[in-house]
Design a binder for this molecule. Structure first.
Ligand SMILES: NC(=O)C1=CN([C@@H]2O[C@H](COP(=O)(O)OP(=O)(O)OC[C@H]3O[C@@H](n4cnc5c(N)ncnc54)[C@H](O)[C@@H]3O)[C@@H](O)[C@H]2O)C=CC1
Ligand SMILES: O=C([O-])CC(=O)C(=O)O
Length: 332
């Protein structure tokens, strides 16, 4: 069979030439994420950093013949890893084991994310920063506080990556409705843990599911991470699906930076939607542009049931966000 291979031309002066740094690149997410980013033609400089092992991942990934340079860095070269980065993706930190909540990761991951945020603020203050490390509802506010303390906070350039919830929603809704998940688009809003994850099924073609089916579907989307944690049985949490989610979200940020039109993905961002109620960060659809966040979309029309879910999500989010802010105040 003859397969037509698409050819593209590249120029080193192209407006679509970006340095992307992955912090935690030797991890379960970091490795496949680095692979997928090597396949993104907008990434011309892929910078892989970890406490150890990143040079090995870089050597491996660098043999893939796409038009990018790949370099691996150990802690003594963190500055070099970050300098000139347009986008920084952070999957550094420990994952869950069965029986743990994402919040149980706070004690370990808060300081990891704080320290990486300090380095990012010092060496790449204009980069878009995409946070994967859990608990996202708290680690994103931690990064914001660190950048504020250094006078470099740009709310348009900080993102909590909630794309895995979007992928799961597409997959799980398709399983219930017996449709092709590729065509299922579900907006997921709120945050990234349990009840803070709110899929807006009323805005899909599946608004008339009976209450029992709907509730089971929503529960599966909210607790999809637990399915993987339990199946991996102590060996970690989602890595491969998360790498795909992270690559998709990073790709969308790059598309936005490159000035492409109508780049829209849900993300947990510094949001005006519920600030007057004390919820400073909230995930909703975001249009991505050359300066990062171009527009934070409102939630649109909600069912009464979704209104209730959002109310519950906000109560937990306020506490999760406050915990991150307090952590930086107490442990600057
Ligand atoms: N946002 C989301 O949807 C998801 C988030 N996660 C979170 O992503 C994080 C990473 O998960 P995995 O890759 O499975 O864990 P992992 O343990 O396999 O990898 C983590 C990597 O981070 C590195 N690391 C630790 N401290 C570091 C530091 N100070 N600087 C640089 N690198 C450092 C480790 O050396 C390791 O290579 C966890 O917190 C997990 O909960 C996981 C799945 C989905
Ligand atoms: O469940 C976890 O701990 C990892 C995660 O965030 C997810 O899979 O959504």
């Amino acid at each position: 069979m003859f397969t037509k291979i698409a050819t593209r031309s590249f120029s080193s002066t192209s407006a679509s030439a970006y340095k992307v740094a992955v912090l935690g690149a030797n991890g379960g997410i970091g490795q496949p994420l680095s692979l997928l980013l090597k396949l993104n033609h907008k990434v011309t400089d892929l910078s892989l950093y970890d406490l150890k092992g990143a040079p090995g991942v870089a050597a491996d990934v660098s043999h893939i013949p796409t038009h990018s340079t790949v370099r691996g860095y150990n802690p003594e070269n963190l500055k070099e890893a970050l300098t000139g980065a347009d986008v920084i993706v952070i999957p550094a930190g420990v994952p869950r084991k069965p029986g743990m909540t994402r919040d149980d990761l706070f004690n370990t991951n808060a300081s990891i994310v704080r320290d990486l945020a300090k380095a990012a603020a010092d060496h790449a203050p204009n980069a878009a920063v995409c946070i994967i490390s859990n608990p996202v509802n708290s680690t994103v506010p931690i990064v914001a506080e660190v950048f504020k303390s250094k006078g470099t906070y740009n709310p348009k350039k900080l993102f909590g990556v909630t794309t895995l919830d979007v992928l799961r929603a597409s997959r799980f809704v398709a399983e219930v409705a017996n449709t092709n998940p590729v065509h299922e688009k579900v907006t997921v809003v709120g945050g990234h843990s349990g009840v803070t994850i709110v899929p807006l099924l009323s805005q899909t073609n599946h608004k008339s599911l009976d209450a029992e089916t709907r509730d089971a579907l929503i529960h599966r989307i909210q607790f999809g991470g637990d399915e993987v944690v339990q199946a991996k049985n102590g060996a970690g949490s989602a890595t491969l699906s998360m790498a795909q989610a992270g690559a998709r979200f990073t790709g969308a940020v790059l598309d936005g930076l490159a000035g492409e039109n109508d780049v829209v993905e849900p993300s947990f961002v510094d949001s005006p939607l519920f600030k007057d109620e004390g919820v400073d960060f909230f995930a909703s659809k975001v249009t991505l542009g050359t300066e990062g966040v171009k527009k934070v979309h409102s939630l649109g029309e909600l069912s009464g049931h979704e209104e209730e879910l959002i109310k519950t999500a906000k109560e937990t989010l306020i506490k999760n966000i406050q915990k991150g802010v307090e952590f930086v105040k107490q442990n600057p």
